[in-house]
Ligand binder design. Structure first.
Ligand code: AMP
Ligand code: MG
Length: 206
């Protein structure tokens, strides 16, 4: 039985996947599903796309929309217990931004809470610089481009929470880290607390 659906969004390279790994360590009962992975599985079957970056660059809008909805529907049937969806509120494409959580996707997912994670653009750039694969495949955006993507993403997250009639929590990590992975560790704890709190509100336990 699905107890709660929590969508976690942040711009690419912010450290979301690392955070969710740490969340899984402190709260092993949650299921973490990566939206992009589910989309890529289907994109490779339908279009022979093998690279996650190719999806947003090469697929026609109609195909992309269909894939996105298909992924949302697959996730809705796959999830069990507390389901955490690792995704993006706004996808940056060569043609402009595209909503990661348009109305039909939001409706398919039946979301309780959207968590928007916000970081200093300088930290995001530094995290991307540490990832050779990101540099090779995506290239590095400017600070201004990251700042714009993050602020546009927040607006899309607000629109999604409105459509979903769910909660929207914004977690900000603007302080400099005192030790490696401090943001990830503290964010994972904050997420675990939020989940406990949400389950209490729903009258269930993890
Ligand atoms: P990620 O590895 O999480 O950065 O996601 C890889 C790719 O999956 C992104 O570049 C998008 O093309 C796609 N993706 C992830 N989440 C969504 C979403 N909610 N809607 C549309 N595409 C998505
Ligand atoms: Mg990721």
């Amino acid at each position: 039985m699905v107890k709660a659906v929590i969508v976690v969004v942040a711009v690419p390279g912010a450290g979301k996947t690392t955070i969710l790994k740490k969340l899984k360590e402190i709260m092993p009962s949650v299921s973490v599903i990566n939206f992009g992975d589910v989309m890529l599985e289907e994109a490779s079957k339908r279009f022979g796309v093998t690279d996650r970056d190719e999806m947003r660059k090469k697929l026609a809008l109609m195909d992309y929309r269909n894939l996105q909805l298909h992924a949302a529907e697959a996730i809705a049937t796959r999830g069990d217990g507390v389901v955490i969806i690792d995704t993006h509120a706004a996808i940056s494409t060569p043609y402009g931004y595209y909503s990661g959580l348009p109305p039909e996707v939001v409706r398919a997912l039946n979301i309780d809470l959207i968590v928007f994670l916000e970081f200093r653009p300088e930290d995001i750039l530094a995290r991307r610089e540490m990832d050779q694969e990101t540099i090779r495949k995506r290239g590095l955006d400017s600070i201004e481009a990251i700042e714009e993507h993050q602020s546009i993403s927040k607006m899309f997250a607000i629109a999604a929470a409105n459509e979903a009639k769910c909660y929207l929590k914004i977690l900000k990590y603007y302080y400099p880290q005192q030790y490696p992975f401090q943001h990830a560790i503290e964010c994972a704890k904050e997420l675990a607390n939020l989940i406990e709190f949400l389950l209490q509100q729903k009258g269930i336990t993890a």
